[in-house]
Each structure stands twice: as structure tokens, then as C-alpha cells.
Design a protein around this ligand. Structure first.
Ligand SMILES: [Zn+2]
Length: 103
């Protein structure tokens, strides 16, 4: 089970985008990275291809390392470290700030 999951709100705690909060669009568990909306924007020079007709400069998110992220607790709204706990035989994530559990 991942600490950071798709759909989470996360806060960037280090690097250029420190302080930004965004939604997790995708997690890459094997690379230990996540794609976060509006975070770690890189500029790509797009050449025209068969699928992309318009050449030019496009901006898109690049995956950011999970160690730079903290999950924003859905209960207390604080960026927190995540613990794991078992509630009624289900593995849940637990906010280390307020103790709330969530899937
Ligand atoms: Zn909390």
C-alpha cells in the first residue's frame, strides 16, 4: 500500500515548488514518484508528429519524488506524515497529526 495515492491532495515540502498544494494525478510506485497537478512543471519543445500537429513549447508536469511530498490530511487539512493502521481488518492510512484514518 502506498502512502501517497492517486486523488490525494499533497503539499510539496522541498525543492522549487515548496509550499505548493496539488492533486495527485498518478503515482509511479517503482520510481517512487508521483505526478502532481501544477507541480514540477517542465517546458518541452514539441515537434510536429503524426498525432501532435502544432509544434512549439508546451508545459507539463513531471513526476516529483515522493520524499518531497506530504499528504494533506482530508480530516484536519494539515500536511502530515502517514502511518498505517488496521481498522476492522482493513489496512488504512492514519494522519500522524490528528490521528484520523482514511483509505
Ligand atoms: Zn489529520
Amino acid at each position: 500500500m502506498q502512502k501517497v495515492r492517486k486523488g490525494d491532495r499533497v503539499k510539496v515540502v522541498s525543492g522549487e515548488d515548496r509550499g505548493k498544494i496539488g492533486k495527485v494525478l498518478r503515482v509511479f510506485p517503482d520510481r517512487g514518484r508521483a505526478l502532481v497537478e501544477g507541480v514540477n512543471i517542465v517546458t518541452k519543445h514539441q515537434r510536429p508528429t503524426q498525432t501532435v500537429r502544432e509544434p512549439g513549447i508546451i508545459k507539463r508536469e513531471a513526476p516529483i519524488h515522493l520524499s518531497n511530498l506530504k499528504v494533506v490530511c482530508p480530516e484536519c487539512g494539515a500536511p502530515t506524515r502517514i502511518a498505517f493502521t488496521v481498522v476492522e481488518r482493513q489496512k488504512m492510512r492514519r494522519c500522524k497529526q490528528c490521528g484520523a484514518t482514511f483509505a
